[in-house]
Design a binder for this molecule. Structure first.
Ligand code: MG
Length: 251
């Protein structure tokens, strides 16, 4: 389904949804420490979202078994929270969360390092991935093309010599978790589908310290880097406006 221009009421619901999402991710970021399991974080996320009045968008989506995706180190995205997965100092943790409010969905993610980074390059990866997301967002305006966004993201990640995951991409979002079109994290300006104001999209670069190749784990969900290099992921849901973008998944 192609992402639609949202009504004022739908946009307002997405603002509420996105603020809840951001508040939960912020809360998790504050709580993360070595020794916790990824399931501990998922339980906190579920409880916090319930308290705020939102519903988890990922639980049951194509059979996904939890409220949040938590991906550690070489896991890029779609990690399933597990009581047996204990966080260690220096782990790079991807927290990807989706919220439904009044029928409208927002999607967002952050990467955080547990305690101190093991290597300076880990910190650079996390920072560059976040910067590339904001550069992608800065390219957004009425009549933007997906290639304009992808090129802006790619420029940052290429400059830092990071791998850009190509098998997974940003997307339209709102009525459904994933709406068309795809919003790749690479590309050339002035190419790809046009987007107009009032549409809502998720911009979500996934970068690695090595290859851009990934594979699916035997659990059928977790996506890992093919060379076991570290990965980072940031995502915001944004509303396209006349001359820019309004970030919805922000507190
Ligand atoms: Mg997404």
């Amino acid at each position: 389904m192609m992402t639609q221009v949202k009504t004022a009421a739908e946009i307002e619901a997405m603002r509420v949804s996105g603020k809840m999402l951001a508040a939960v991710l912020q809360h998790l970021k504050n709580q993360v420490q070595a020794g916790m399991s990824t399931k501990d974080l998922a339980i906190i996320a579920a409880r916090e979202l319930e308290r705020l009045g939102g519903k988890p968008a990922f639980l049951g989506y194509q059979g996904f078994p939890d409220v949040i995706c938590i991906s550690v180190n070489e896991e890029v995205v779609h990690g399933i929270p597990s009581a047996g997965k204990i966080l260690q100092a220096g782990d790079i943790l991807g927290l990807d969360f989706g919220v439904v409010y009044n029928g409208m969905i927002t999607d967002g993610a952050i990467s955080v390092i547990v305690g101190k980074p093991k290597e300076q390059r880990h910190l650079e990866l996390v920072r560059a991935t976040e910067t590339s997301m904001y550069e992608g967002i800065a390219a957004v305006r009425d009549h933007v093309r997906t290639g304009d966004i992808g090129a802006a993201v790619q420029t940052v990640l290429d400059k830092g010599k990071f791998g850009i995951v190509r098998d997974l991409v940003g997307h339209g979002v709102g009525h459904q978790l994933h709406e068309d079109p795809n919003v790749p994290n690479y590309g050339r300006p002035h190419t790809g589908p046009w987007l107009s104001k009032g549409m809502t999209i998720a911009i979500e670069p996934m970068a690695t310290l090595g290859t851009d190749k990934v594979y699916v784990a035997p659990d059928q969900w977790t996506i890992l880097t093919a060379d076991k290099s570290m990965a980072a992921h940031f995502e915001h849901t944004v509303l396209i406006t006349e001359d820019g973008a309004e970030i919805l998944t922000e507190v």
